[in-house]
Design a protein around this ligand. Structure first.
Ligand code: SF4
Length: 427
């Protein structure tokens, strides 16, 4: 029997025998302290237990300290997480008594693995000194060449990479850690977490807490369904300690969906109060069986909303969304859209709606809409085409991993995207 350990993040305990912790991420500019405090308060009031903020540089670390202080002086003691990419110095500064937890992918600290290791070791030392927690978060699509050259961009590669960093933590006697292996592809995501849970059990005999999420899930019904399928499949197996529903919407919307998903535990039929809850319960109930092919596509999706059986037209519509989320049958284009954060360079919610309207009929084509050029191209994983914010009012379009139209004005970008898809695929 493996030992389940927990992670202390400010006043919260994640993992062990604790309840699932619900978290979200602000999409404000972290330097806009007033807006960030206001959004943290909205999230907190909705039931969010921990909020993450983009922390690109040292100025954002300072802003994070101000946000924390403001929240505390207003009586809100919600742990804050610094989301750091690439810059180990920023992670060090945030970990030194400012953030309650720092989220990093240590492999991004340097292309030289030994240098990255050294920087990661320094970060562990600071975390130990200040009792700061770490999330080691590796996303599908952002693995370094050292890993992909051996494993490819696969669940095995994701698991191997995170285990490397975990061993360093254990060698340094640092256990205040949460792990995540997110992907926008629900099958990849579920397989990666299962593999990691199994590897921790067999190799370490210790289960570190897991943060579950389907990344770049998009918005609306399909965004909710992807999270319900991916996260729900794992929660059903007792895997997962904290969850984030990632939506390209106001992050406050993520909280009610997370609560619905957590309360799906032990349900055996769909009895929802709303259409949104019907979607979440359907994903939870049927997602894992569809992902592992133990359920055929022609099952009956039945259930009730507010005590009334759902009509067959709505059931069929939701079933199509479910089958697509579980990657069994594609009836529309597939969208991979980041939730947006302080790095986002345009109104991503409005742009996603515009892109969706113009491209939904390209059945089976995977289209990414990403807020920034820093992380967008790496994180859009297996998208066929990408719409990525390059700079103020400027968009770069991708075909696969290659930038094919750089710095085009935003007002022309959707037309260019449609032409790019049509020119490269026959419909
Ligand atoms: S890809 Fe989106 S969520 Fe990720 S850092 Fe860029 S803007 Fe933020």
């Amino acid at each position: 029997m493996s030992k389940k350990i927990n992670c202390k993040v400010g006043n919260l305990i994640i993992g062990g025998s604790e309840n699932i912790v619900i978290q979200s991420m602000c999409n404000t500019d972290t330097l806009d302290v007033e807006a960030s405090v206001a959004q943290c308060k909205d999230l907190y009031k909705a039931g969010c237990q921990m909020a993450r903020l983009t922390t690109q540089g040292l100025k954002q670390v300072e802003a994070l300290a101000q946000i924390k202080a403001q929240l505390l002086s207003d009586g809100i003691d919600m742990p804050l997480v610094a989301d750091v990419h690439f810059n180990a110095d920023v992670a060090l500064a945030a970990a030194a008594g400012i953030a309650d937890k720092v989220r990093i992918n240590p492999g991004n600290f340097s292309k030289d693995h030994n240098v990255a290791m050294e920087k990661f070791s320094n970060l562990i030392a600071v975390c130990k000194q200040y009792c700061t927690a770490l999330r080691i978060g590796l996303n599908h699509g952002s693995l370094g060449e050292r890993i992909t050259s051996v494993w490819g961009d696969t669940p095995q590669g994701m698991c191997s990479a995170v285990m490397e960093w975990l061993r360093v933590c254990i060698e340094q006697d640092f256990y205040n850690i949460v792990l995540s292996l997110k992907a926008s592809n629900t099958k990849v995501m579920v397989d990666a977490y299962k593999l990691l849970q199994n590897t921790m059990e067999t190799e370490l005999g210790i289960l570190f807490p897991l943060h579950l999420g389907v990344t770049e899930a998009g918005n609306g019904d399909s965004g909710r369904m992807k999270s319900a399928v991916g996260i729900g499949s794992l929660l059903k197996l007792g895997i997962g300690d904290t969850i984030r529903i990632s939506l390209t919407e106001n992050p406050v919307n993520e909280i009610s969906v997370a609560k619905m998903l957590v309360s799906c535990k032990n349900i055996s039929k769909i009895e929802a109060a709303t259409r949104e809850e019907f979607i979440v319960q359907a994903g939870y109930l049927y997602g894992s069986a569809l992902l592992d092919d133990s359920l055929s596509d022609d099952f009956n999706l039945e259930g009730s909303i507010a005590g009334k059986p759902v009509e067959s037209e709505m059931a069929d519509e939701i079933k199509n969304i479910l089958l697509q989320a579980a990657r069994r049958r594609f009836t529309k284009a597939e969208y991979i859209a980041c939730p947006g954060c302080g790095r986002t360079l345009y109104n991503i919610e409005a742009v996603l709606a515009e892109v969706r309207k113009a491209t939904e009929h390209f059945t089976g084509v995977k289209i990414a809409v990403m807020g920034c050029i820093v992380n967008g191209p790496g994180e859009m994983a297996d998208a066929d085409y990408g719409y990525v914010g390059q700079g103020a009012n400027l968009i770069t379009l991708y075909k696969g991993k290659i930038a094919v139209e750089i710095n085009i004005p935003q007002e022309e970008a959707v037309i260019h995207l449609v032409k790019l898809i049509k020119d490269n695929k026959i419909f």
